[in-house]
Design a protein around this ligand. Structure first.
Ligand code: 6PG
Length: 233
């Protein structure tokens, strides 16, 4: 496991934006866009704002953008993960930028089928995804892979049924997360420290633990969340 710890949210967002730009430029030097899947939730909001502030100088042609998951809603819906990234950042993309939105407005299963086809064609069956960005829920969920849910082993994108407290969604599957070249998990705050600590326990069975058992994850944390990994003496 690789850890990058920053003192606060702004510093973390700036450092991750710096790294993303450097990696996109390095990829483009080999005539290949950096294929990234963006996370939803609130944690990456500051990163998207930071990237939006740098829109004028971003190597847009060196980025091909996918999504780690999406709610079964349209792009204008306040719950949309696409909208989360679009408002501060992707709305500034020049024409021709490769952005693969998950069409949540079709409903979870139809959107998952569309996204499966996109991933098969544009991301080399997942193997060409360079970086998948993830958050983590307090229950140890990642993307929309929730504890206790049935995880497909044969698809790259799957529908996730609605529950009384959660909209239906589309998510990258565990095989898709594992097939990607890298995974970056962004976490901040005390509630995520507990979630990380629980998922790093040897007997953990959370979705994050199931990923960690199969693939390397790079953790980008603020100081508080990092305490999970190095509890104060
Ligand atoms: C989503 C995300 C989800 C999120 C975690 C953490 O669609 O909500 O994909 O997995 O990353 O729930 O959310 P916060 O960043 O809001 O804590």
């Amino acid at each position: 496991m690789i850890f990058t710890v920053a003192s606060d949210t702004d510093t973390l967002a700036q450092a991750l934006a710096d790294r993303l730009i450097v990696e996109a430029q390095a990829s483009w030097a080999h005539a290949r866009p950096l294929r990234i899947a963006l996370s939803g939730g609130s944690t990456p909001r500051r990163l998207y704002e930071e990237l939006g502030q740098r829109a004028a100088t971003l190597p847009w042609q060196a980025l091909e953008i996918f999504f780690s998951d999406e709610r079964a809603v349209g792009p204008e819906d306040s719950a949309s993960n696409y909208r989360l990234a679009h408002l501060p950042w992707l709305s500034k993309a020049p024409p021709g930028t490769l952005i693969h939105r998950i069409p949540g407005e079709l409903g979870a299963q139809a959107a998952a089928d569309v996204y499966e086809d996109i991933l098969q064609r544009a991301a080399g069956a997942g193997r060409d995804l360079d970086i998948i960005f993830l958050g983590v829920g307090t229950d140890g969920h990642i993307a929309s892979l929730f504890p206790g849910a049935a995880f497909t082993t044969t698809r790259l994108a799957q529908a996730v049924a609605a529950t009384p407290d959660r909209q239906a969604r589309v998510t990258l599957t565990l095989p898709a997360l594992v097939a990607a070249r890298r995974r970056i998990l962004l976490a901040e705050g005390a509630s995520k420290a507990d979630a990380l600590r629980a998922s790093l326990a040897p007997t953990a069975t959370t979705p994050l633990a199931r990923l960690l058992a199969r693939a390397q994850v790079e953790f980008w944390l603020d100081r508080v969340a990092a305490q999970a990994l190095c509890p104060p003496p």
